[in-house]
Design a protein around this ligand. Structure first.
Ligand code: NDP
Length: 283
């Protein structure tokens, strides 16, 4: 009887943990990817390309986007276009979505990934910077998603929103950035409910990442944290996998999900442990 029960449990776990990701499902998928010129976005572009997707890349630097586009074509992307746009301008999101829909004939995935530059330091009182960062990291996401909802609905598509552990559990040195990521969780979590209530076939995946070894992140955190950064190419694949398998939340590294689940169990102990990973010597 015990053996039989163990077999059932093992079977159930194997079923639950079964990897349902099929890279072939992305062949010909039409993807609009933001923040595609560097870091995790650039790595996502290369993964989508090697899976045979049709991609529109966007970020501010045109020359870099051209280089990424060239590599995507070498890797096997069916079609690649790029559009340079600055997401601090409120008119750009709609323009970018319009361009992508026109070039690809519709969208299956909208991947919201870009972020504005922000310092990794104690709160310095710069409210204007917080306002600007909200525009780049949050309001532009809302505007891009809003412009893309009709085509995503038509194609039963997915919205992939890239967030951070600091959008679930506040951490030091990230005041404004953390606020923009918490805002994403609130907005897109509520939107997910509303789409389900209206029986609209659009899926939303929120991706929660830990420290990743992008150039900018390593440069900003050097000497300030006692944490090991995980590889950007793996983070990129985890995001794509989460979106393709339509999970509500994708975590990378995987164990972050347990930190998020248990975050309120021992709050003062949690905060002491978190602070011990940050290097701060008072002036
Ligand atoms: P990077 O700083 O490496 O890249 C940012 C991208 O956004 C670039 O392509 C940049 O291109 C673009 N960008 C910057 N400003 C603007 C703007 N005003 N308008 C349009 N595009 C802009 O970021 P990461 O790859 O590190 O981060 C990607 C995602 O992963 C983000 O959502 C981030 O919050 C999340 N994340 C990252 C972590 C990490 O440790 N790296 C940890 C947790 C989450 P360009 O300069 O050409 O405009």
């Amino acid at each position: 009887k015990a053996l039989c029960a163990a077999g059932i449990v093992a079977g159930l776990l194997a079923f639950l943990w079964k990897d349902t990701f099929d890279p072939e499902s992305l062949s010909g998928a039409r993807v609009l990817l933001t923040g595609a010129s560097a870091g995790i976005g650039e790595q996502m572009a290369y993964h989508y390309a090697s899976f045979g997707a049709e991609i529109v890349l966007t970020a501010r630097r045109e020359a870099v986007l051209q280089r990424v586009m060239k590599k995507c074509l070498e890797l096997g992307a069916k079609k690649v276009f790029y559009i340079a746009a600055d997401m601090s301008s409120s008119s750009e999101p709609e323009k970018v979505v319009h361009f992508a829909v026109q070039k690809l004939g519709g969208l299956d995935f909208l991947v919201l990934n870009h972020i504005g530059m922000t310092p990794f330091q104690m709160w310095d009182g710069d409210v204007e910077h917080t306002r600007w960062l909200m525009q780049v990291n949050f309001f532009s996401y809302v505007a891009l998603a809003t412009a893309a909802l009709p085509t995503l609905e038509e194609n039963q598509g997915s919205l992939i929103v890239v967030s951070s552990l600091t959008g679930k559990i506040p951490t030091p040195f990230t005041t404004s950035y953390s606020a923009t990521k918490f805002a994403l969780d609130g907005f897109f979590g509520s939107l997910r409910h509303e789409l389900a209530m209206q029986k609209k076939n659009i899926f939303i995946t929120l991706c929660i990442l830990g420290l990743i070894d992008t150039e900018v992140a390593l440069e900003k955190t050097r000497g300030k944290v006692y944490l090991t950064a995980a590889p950007a190419a793996e983070a990129a694949l985890a995001i794509i996998r989460g979106g393709a398998t339509r999970v509500h939340e994708a975590f990378y590294p995987w164990w972050l999900q347990y930190m998020c689940r248990f975050r309120d169990w021992f709050p003062s102990h949690r905060d002491r442990v978190l602070q011990s990973y940050y290097n701060y010597s008072s002036p």
